[in-house]
Design a protein around this ligand. Sequence first.
Ligand code: HEM
Length: 490
Amino acid sequence: YKKKEMMKVWEQLKNDYTALPLIGHAYMFFGSQEERMKTFQRLGKESTERGGLLALWQGSRLYVMISEPVMAEYVLKTCLEKDDILKCSRFLVGNGSVFAPVSIWRPRRKILAPTFSPKNLTHFVDIFSKQSSYMVKYLGKAAKTGNFSIWKYINTYSMDSICETTLGVKVNAQGNSEQPFLRAFEIICRLDSSRFCQPWLHNDTVYKMMPQYQQHKDSKDFLCNFIDQVIKSKRNSLEEQKDSTEADQNAHRNGLKSFLELLIESSGGNKGYTDLELQEETLVLVLAGTDTSAVGVAFTSVMLSRHQDVQEKVYEELKEVFGDSDRPIVADDLPKLKYLEAVIKETMRLYPPVPLIVRKVDKDVTLPTGLTLVKNCGIVINIWAVHRNPLYWGDDADIFRPERFIDTPIKHPAAFMAFSHGPRACIGYQYATMSMKTATANLLRHFRLRPAEPTDPTYKHEKNKPLRVKFDVMMKDMDNFTVQLEPRYK
Ligand code: HEM
């Protein structure tokens, strides 16, 4: 890296934090997951106070943290390369879109984009609806039992929906917590999350010498073999159906196609993606889509349990759309649930499932402020801080108020960026919104969420008290999304 050039940037942004020899400021991120998140929150706030930029050294590389939407938008449109710090994730997903270098990502994004068409997504709502009704059934057992963590129920709903829409396979994670696909996925998420936060494990050669490597490899092999078998069987059945007309096929399956089938088609059929490319792309969807959406619904549940008035307003909206009927949710219902959507957005504003985005400057870039970030600088977009920037969200930026998404136009298109911004933003944002709305609507039609009873008798409930959160690649609740449930008798 051109340290001399980076030093010039540092001179313009420098702060009082001591940079240690060799590691720079990396020591600030040591410690527990909760401490790490607190550090990101504190630095984000400081960056906002300094006009939106803060610089820190990680070894010999300079990272610039951004918490201001105008600059964040500019950077997310011009710097598309993912940072080297994320390279270790390629160990699992190879060249799958999410972490791939730009030269590989660009053509893959073109192939992936049409699979997320409104028509395809509309078909998926039936799957979200059915899977969330299983979630409601399993949650029935937790109702009236006092404090419990809602995470497992929501996360397995999310996994079942993602697997069915991506691979066309019912893994039934909700019915079986020992389901091998779920277990392998959980092991990988846990190991990757701890690897990500320990820079000395980023090097593949070093990681391969560590005891946890074998467990990671076994789980990765399991997931890849599972997906590989699904791909092979899908290719065979497509071959068998070759002679039937498209109309026949659509009539048989009601037009529903999994992402896997759609990717085979959009990449050019038999002459398109190889099995490895299909495996990488579908694995990316499972990884990028499961925990993110689950965290979104789980934080929404906790916020609704604390804000009974907001929950009642959502319930009123649900009654307007569904009346007293128990009918399944269909795609046409979702656009009518506007207040629910505002609640989910407001939750993700305060508790974005992905609190940070990391990119790399691949050629010198001059920010709207006139500051030039030189090639090889790292960039951290602090979504947490962007979402709480008072210049864009007002003095009540830290307060949960869903109405702000209804009664006031957003001040800048990148002021809300839970799904990122620019050409490399989340391709699954509409999918995620539909899935989260369906799951939350189904949950609230059947249950009233109540806040968890404090285990410490001296603790006082305050609805606006910030939740304790941790950085676990995604942001999660320290109390594991604990709530209480009461059935809503009709
Ligand atoms: C609440 C749910 C979700 C959140 C908060 C979320 C957030 C994000 C963010 C912040 C990024 C961009 C990172 C960057 O700019 O560097 C991203 C990328 C991505 N997301 Fe999501 N996501 C969610 C759900 C989903 C779902 C359900 C899917 C798929 C079904 C998905 C698929 C992807 C993919 C493929 C990318 C990579 C895009 C690219 O590099 O072209 N996401 N997501």
